[in-house]
Design a protein around this ligand. Structure first.
Ligand SMILES: [Zn+2]
Ligand SMILES: [Zn+2]
Length: 412
């Protein structure tokens, strides 16, 4: 199967989504076109051909294990993936995402002890630019040809049931993401120098992360016994007046677009902290937005993500309800009954923009992420042991000097 790339009608080079223009721009001659126009153009040029309906080409594993060297094929796959996708250089959790990988083929990989690789499947695509094989894992939806660098979309992972409904296009361009990153590194005095190196900076990658956005209808019923206490002085007596209230609250609330990232590779807590996204800038999904970025299809479907989201929804509605019976209003609150009901109205599949940098340093690995729409940073900050040692020595020295001076002063 050939990957999908958008070809410039003027010069035949490849078009990418440009953040500043919010349009498709030719990397070679600068021709600009609207996203929808580019997609239409692609359909017109390619629709007559039968490229869409090719069967899936799995990498030779269906031949049976005896007749081939699966590790050879695997290694080839790994090399290609490393070259194609620098983001996952930490590599330790790179392949975890590929669940149920071998289900599709009958010669399961069970017998071997090949760690994290065992559950990954690969699929071969052909680059329309140089003709090289583009090897991808089960979830890659947008990448680059590892040989010629051409932006490449895996159409079958972005269509049918896997077609996202919405996308928030990148608003922060790569140069700006790099600047933000450099400032962030500078700010931490104990941040290892390795994070400043150009090789590390080059790894910063634009990724459309798959999210499910949930709409919920909720209801909360609270029944509580509350008191309000007043004190006053009358003659020699202090009098306490206590009013008792039977408080009930019956509230309804609708929550729209509560996001949950559906990618196994992305740490949930980091993705949660990247919020909020501005949904008014969300648009109907079209594939050209992904040209020039990485993207993946979801690892988890909307039902699988639901428990995580419902925990959040529950805490939102609970908070909303309880805020109306706080200590601001009453001296004491004793909740007798609390009943929460939730109804999931819908879940929409959306791709949201994130700049990502994975680093590993002396066995410590971490991640720098930046909301590709708002510029909000969420990152692990490693501490250089060497620098920390230097820093503490500095403090000790200063303290020592002060004590010495003090000693001399007192000794006088
Ligand atoms: Zn062009
Ligand atoms: Zn190529």
């Amino acid at each position: 199967m050939e990957v999908k790339s958008y070809i410039c009608p003027s010069c035949g080079s490849v078009m990418q989504f440009d953040v500043v223009e919010q349009k498709m721009v030719c990397m070679h001659c600068g021709t600009k076109m609207g996203v929808h126009e580019v997609e239409q153009n692609y359909e017109n040029v390619n629709h007559s051909s039968d490229h869409v309906n090719h069967p899936v080409e799995n990498v030779g594993f269906t031949d049976g294990m005896n007749n081939m060297n699966p590790m050879g094929a695997m290694n080839h796959g790994m090399n290609s993936m490393d070259a194609a996708d620098n983001t996952w250089d930490g590599a330790d959790n790179a392949w975890n995402g590929a669940d149920n990988a071998w289900n599709g083929t009958d010669n399961a990989w069970n017998g071997t002890d090949d760690g994290g690789l065992e559950r990954a499947t690969f699929k071969v695509y052909r680059c329309g630019g140089c003709g090289a094989e583009v090897l991808t894992d089960d979830y890659t939806a947008a990448t680059f040809c590892s040989f010629c660098g051409r932006p490449s979309l895996m159409e079958d992972r972005l269509s049918g049931a896997l077609m996202p409904e919405y996308v928030i296009p990148f608003k922060i361009k790569k140069d700006d993401a790099v600047e933000v990153y450099k400032k962030w590194v500078k700010k931490g005095k104990l941040t290892p120098s390795l994070l400043k190196s150009q090789a590390t900076i080059d790894k910063i990658t634009g990724m459309y992360v798959p999210f499910w956005l949930y709409d919920y209808d909720t209801q909360i019923y609270i029944n509580a016994k509350c008191t309000r206490v007043r004190r006053r002085v009358s003659g020699n007596y202090e009098i306490t007046d206590t009013d008792h209230f039977a408080v009930t609250r019956d509230m309804e609330a609708e929550f729209d677009r509560i996001p949950a990232d559906a990618s196994e590779k992305m740490p949930d807590d980091m993705m949660d902290k990247l919020e909020p996204f501005m949904y008014r800038e969300m648009v109907k999904f079209e594939m050209p937005y992904l040209s020039g970025y990485y993207s993946e299809r979801y690892n988890y479907n909307s039902q699988e993500m639901q428990p995580r989201v419902e925990k959040r929804v529950r805490s939102y509605i609970e908070q909303t309800g309880m805020e109306t019976i706080t200590s601001k209003h009453y001296s004491s609150v004793n909740v007798l009954q609390k009943n929460i009901q939730m109804r999931n109205l819908r879940a929409s599949y959306a791709l949201l923009p994130v700049w990502i940098l994975n680093y590993s340093y002396n066995g410590i690995s971490g991640m720098f992420t930046l909301n590709g729409q708002t510029g909000k940073i969420v990152a692990d900050r490693p501490v250089s042991k060497k620098k920390a040692a230097g820093w503490f020595t500095g403090i000790t020295m200063v303290t020592f000097t002060i004590l010495m001076l003090l000693g001399r002063f007192l000794g006088k």
